[in-house]
Design a protein around this ligand. Structure first.
Ligand code: 9WN
Length: 498
């Protein structure tokens, strides 16, 4: 743990939990509450984002969750990451959802039947046994999923993580935040067992990056394209609106498939039906193409370069450089790749007129006009040129995104379609703010970083560990007892205020 001070054992949650000594009683209570959520959301093999809304394992959630678990249950942090990477595809992609075979189709839509097309495992969604992906040492097989693919290179993985039966997955990805997560877990307790975990993960993390750098470089300029808004993690962000507008709303898909999300939380707080119909259409297009990435440019209806997704690819390379040093690999190529991604982001996605980064529609070559919070995420890159850093900080301090008592909203507050309730179109999200804060510190903007930290902790203290928050009142929205909110609260609390 970073806060190595003497710890006091506390009770009051479902499990005893160590509380850092620097915390006063109120924050100790916040700590215990957050730790209790992570315990309640632990299934024995992995952590679910939310018991009510998301009962499987999600990819980028697992990365953020590991950062919190590092403080209270490092062993679970490693098991969580292993559980996810045991489901990695032979081509290197890490699926955005790994399905729990113990959860019924009724409990989450779109579930395994949707992603596999209802066919046997291997048609679309695949089963996994945890072997090293082919892409870790040899070229991927054109992105075609190979059920139970065997390692084509030297290292042998064992049968999954010992987590039980083979699991099905979706076929799309999410931002690669796992190398950052793994590094955070390791650096807090860098012992032999943690080094062994890094050795297991390293080739898998490299394969994940390799997949994104090759199969997904649809635009040919070095940036990865997402093939679905869900891949960004910012599902209904306004920065997808223009690209989505070109996808017809096929009303029959919503008749064929019933949504479940808006039965669990208010439909005003979730994506609209039109957007949802488009999400399903895009996913079906990718699925029916066998989840292949060849020729996407000529056949796939949604291809966008997201500044947040690509910035996190760059951050992953820098974390991999550190991990490489521990496991005896060469860190230099990782640093080179991070530098290249940073350059490509500035060249392709920075828009001087707005002073921030914008999503680029690969099909039309146009930037989205929307100013969304993923356009600030390149701040996580230490090599971002000073001009772009200054520009992003100015946008962050402006009335569009400004941090005062509230953290940064997901969308420009002054936009006419800013919606304080609807998911990624206005509300405040913890994971994005945690990343922004880390980026601000990277660039020595400690004052603003500290304000952001205080605003985030006030939200958790006053409103609890919700999925997202109203950007004016701070009221919790969406799922309560949300894992990454709890996990990142622990991480922020773990640090004594300077
Ligand atoms: C679709 C699990 C996930 C997050 C995403 C968030 C939401 C899913 C959904 O929940 O997306 O993947 O059903 O809306 O947008 O960022 O990973 O917490």
């Amino acid at each position: 743990m970073s806060h190595a001070a003497k710890r006091v054992r506390a009770t009051g949650s479902s499990e005893p939990v160590d509380v850092p000594e620097h915390l006063g009683e109120a924050d100790a209570e916040t700590w215990r509450g957050a730790a209790a959520i992570l315990s309640a959301n632990w299934t024995g093999t992995h952590t679910v984002p939310s018991r009510t809304l998301y009962p499987h394992q999600w990819s980028w959630d697992a990365g953020f969750i590991s950062i919190g678990l590092a403080h209270v249950a490092p062993d679970r942090a490693w098991r969580d990451l292993r559980s996810l990477f045991a489901a990695q595809w032979p081509d290197g992609r890490v699926p955005h959802i790994v399905f729990d075979p113990g959860v019924t189709e009724r409990d989450y839509f779109p579930g395994p039947t949707f992603w596999t097309g209802g066919g046997p495992p291997g048609r679309g969604g695949v089963t996994h046994d945890g072997d090293l992906p082919a892409a870790s040492g040899v070229p991927a097989s054109g992105g075609l999923p190979i059920p139970n693919g065997r390692a084509a290179s030297g290292e042998i993985g064992t049968s999954g993580n010992g987590a039980g039966p083979a699991r099905l997955s979706s076929g799309i990805v999410q931002p690669p935040v796992h190398a950052v997560g793994a590094w955070e877990v390791y650096r807090r307790a860098p012992d032999e067992a943690a080094t062994a975990e890094l050795r297991w993960l390293y080739p898998r993390l490299v394969a994940q990056q390799e997949y994104l750098a090759t199969a997904r470089d649809v635009g040919g300029a070095g940036l990865a394209a997402i093939v679905h808004p869900w891949e960004s993690g910012l599902d209904n962000s306004p920065c997808w609106d223009e690209a989505l507008g070109a996808v017809p709303v096929a009303a029959e898909v919503l008749r064929r498939y019933a949504r479940r999300d808006n039965q669990v939380v208010s439909s005003d707080h979730r994506p609209t039906d039109d957007d949802y119909a488009r999400y399903l259409t895009i996913a079906l297009s990718y699925r029916d193409g066998g989840y292949r990435d060849a020729d996407l440019a000529v056949r796939h209806p949604f291809l966008v370069e997201c500044p947040g997704f690509n910035a996190l690819r760059g951050a992953a390379e820098l974390a991999l450089a550190r991990i490489a040093e521990v496991v005896g690999a060469d860190p230099a190529p990782h640093r080179d790749r991070a530098a290249a991604i940073t350059r490509q982001l500035v060249d392709r996605l920075f828009v001087p007129a707005t002073g921030m980064f914008h999503a680029l529609d690969v099909r039309t070559g146009r930037h989205s006009p929307a100013r969304c919070v993923n356009g600030l995420l390149p701040l996580v890159l230490p090599g971002l040129p000073a001009a772009q850093v200054a520009s992003l900080v100015a946008v962050l301090e402006s009335a569009r995104f400004g941090v005062d008592s509230m953290p940064v909203p997901s969308y420009d507050r002054s936009a006419v379609d800013f919606d304080p309730f609807r998911y990624w179109r206005g509300p405040v999200w913890f994971n994005i703010n945690w990343l922004l804060r880390s980026g601000l510190r990277t660039h020595g903007r400690d004052g603003l970083a500290d304000r952001l930290r205080s605003a985030l902790l006030d939200l958790a203290r006053n409103s609890g560990y919700y999925e997202y928050f109203h950007p004016d009142s701070g009221a919790g929205i969406g799922s309560p007892a949300f894992s990454w909110t709890a996990a990142l609260t622990l991480d922020l609390l773990a640090e004594p205020m300077g």
